[in-house]
Ligand binder design. Structure first.
Ligand code: FES
Length: 283
């Protein structure tokens, strides 16, 4: 059986589908190798363009076109028409068989692009699990300055403030804490937090609950902490409750105690997760 001459347009469509596969795979490999975003985006763009070209050519050439008219009379086809129909069907079978390769290639191109688009999900990083809910503070861990010096309550003047860290982990991360010594009788601890201060010393997370800036300014006159980023104010004598600005959540409090040498230690982790308020919490 003689084969139809190969249609050059179909060849172009087939080639474009091949370029789609190469472009999609290239984008995935470029992402895996940490190549530049320009290269990743360029390859993905080439894949999309080639896919569009292949689909367009396939639609123009492979899909039936023109106007179809169904004659009502005569109802029975003439023998010559039937022979012509059979011949046309057989010819169509051959054409469809060849176009099956093109359709498969288009399907492969679509799957490749889909796979390339899924690969960047890896960029979301590892599942943090419960790490975001905990800090290095543990029961019995000493409070130390950034140079590792442990602290006694009397080292701090009344209305003095000091940034402290868990001993052995002085990196300024989620554990950075403000230690403030309040005058006697001004602190109004939250229910269940009686005994969390030692000789007027209270400790709150230094990470702002609005957007995570370090809450580094303490106004001794009003006993407020000020976040310099968007001016949220936190009432230190009232559980570091936000009283102004965009922050809606109190700064988490660290329960304090003393070790046998009279140094300040934590009696556990913070009262709440530290940092921005995307936890859906309010307190
Ligand atoms: S980060 Fe503190 S107020 Fe915005």
């Amino acid at each position: 059986m003689a084969r139809d001459p190969i249609d050059p347009v179909e060849l172009v469509a087939l080639g474009a589908a091949g370029v789609t596969v190469v472009g999609g795979l290239g984008a995935a490999v470029a992402f895996a190798r940490d190549s530049s975003p320009q290269l990743q985006g360029g390859l993905l763009g080439v894949a999309f363009l080639a896919f569009a070209l292949a689909l367009g050519l396939w639609a123009v050439r492979a899909m039936p076109g023109g106007t179809a008219v169904e004659e009502r009379e005569p109802l029975a086809s003439a023998p010559a028409d039937r022979r012509a129909a059979v011949a046309g069907f057989e010819r169509g079978e051959r054409v469809l068989g060849r176009r099956g390769v093109l359709i498969s290639m288009l399907g492969l191109g679509a799957a490749t692009i889909g796979g390339a688009l899924l690969v960047p999900i890896r960029a979301l990083g590892p599942n943090p699990g419960r790490k975001l809910l905990r800090t290095p503070w543990r029961r019995g861990r000493r409070l130390v300055t950034d140079d590792g010096r442990p602290i006694r309550p009397e080292d701090l003047a009344v209305d003095g403030v000091l940034t402290v860290f868990p001993e052995g982990d002085q990196s300024p991360g989620d554990a950075q804490t403000l230690l403030i010594r309040l005058p006697d009788g001004v602190d109004r601890p939250r229910a269940g937090r009686q005994g969390w201060s030692v000789q007027g010393c209270v400790a709150y997370s230094k990470v702002c609950t609005h957007a995570g800036c370090p809450v580094g300014l303490y106004e001794a006159d009003s006993r407020r902490l000020v976040c310099p980023c968007h001016q949220s104010l936190f009432e230190v004598t009232d559980g570091a409750r936000p009283s102004f600005g965009p922050a809606t959540r109190s700064l988490p409090q660290l329960p304090l105690g003393l070790d046998e040498d009279g140094h300040l230690v934590a009696r556990g982790d913070f009262s709440d997760p530290v940092g921005p308020g995307w936890w859906g919490l309010s307190s």
